[in-house]
Design a protein around this ligand. Structure first.
Ligand SMILES: Nc1ncnc2c1ncn2[C@@H]1O[C@H](COP(=O)(O)OP(=O)(O)O)[C@@H](O)[C@H]1O
Ligand SMILES: Cc1cn([C@H]2C[C@H](O)[C@@H](COP(=O)(O)OP(=O)(O)O)O2)c(=O)[nH]c1=O
Length: 211
């Protein structure tokens, strides 16, 4: 196993992504892989500045989508593509599916325009689009996710949205997973941490990236 591998973690806020991403990185490192642990929006100095704007300032959905993709472009060029070219494992806490779910599903923004931005930003020089090799989609009822987050951290612009917003976000993720089933693995995140972790391991083992 030497080639680059790109894994994204997706799901509504509070679904449990962050709980599992660091332990998985450690396990892969223990098996000799170089792992780049990153996140979106963010992952580079410029993209982190964009994150601070996008997560804290009110703006229309097109401006929000453009900022997400601007951050993503810098992230791809500065971090993701070089790491994959070097044969590393890139693990990102969110990627483009989040834009389809939050700006598309949650905010109701035009999915066709998001598709155009995706084509522009993720085009590869050799043709085709950069997409994760595996996307772990943590699925959890929005009510439960909200309960888990209550009191744990100060909510940002999205986390303070009502449950109805997250229902639309979840529907946006579901639509993406149906469109691209080969790269998605759905994780039932409404179970104890250990059970969720076993499913995360099984998904990565299933790809042959973990012993
Ligand atoms: N399986 C689980 N059961 C109960 N609580 C959980 C579980 N997984 C994570 N949590 C807790 O729920 C909260 C949100 O989890 P987190 O991993 O930060 O979610 P995300 O990164 O998807 O927003 C945290 O307080 C975390 O400790
Ligand atoms: C990547 C991305 C994230 N988001 C939102 C989802 C989250 O509410 C927020 C940041 O995600 P996240 O890093 O999961 O937040 P936290 O560090 O608090 O766990 O940005 C979008 O709306 N569109 C996007 O394209």
């Amino acid at each position: 196993m030497t080639g680059g591998v790109f894994i994204s973690f997706e799901g509504i806020d509070g679904a449990g992504k962050s709980t599992h991403i660091a332990p998985l990185a450690e396990l892969l490192r223990a098996q000799g892989r170089t792992v780049v642990l990153t996140r979106e929006p963010g992952g580079t100095p410029l993209a982190e500045k964009i994150r601070a704007l996008a997560l804290n300032e009110a703006m229309d959905p097109l401006a929000e989508a453009l900022l997400m993709f601007a951050a993503r472009r810098d992230h791809l060029q500065q971090v993701i593509e070089p790491a994959l070219a070097a044969g590393h494992v890139v693990m990102s806490d969110r990627f483009t599916d989040a834009t389809f779910a939050y700006q598309g599903g949650g905010r109701g923004f035009d999915l066709a325009v998001l598709g155009q931005l995706e084509q522009l930003v993720q085009a590869l020089p050799q043709g085709g689009l950069r997409q994760p090799d595996l996307t772990l989609l943590f699925e959890l009822a929005p009510e439960v996710a909200a309960q888990r987050l209550a009191g744990v951290r100060a909510p940002d612009k999205f986390e303070s949205q009502p449950v109805a917003f997250f229902r639309k976000v979840a529907a946006g993720y579901d639509a993406r997973a149906r469109q691209q089933p080969a790269r998605f693995v759905r994780i039932a995140a409404d179970r104890p941490r250990d059970a969720v972790w076993e499913d995360v391991l099984a998904a990565v083992r299933g790809k042959g990236w973990l012993q």
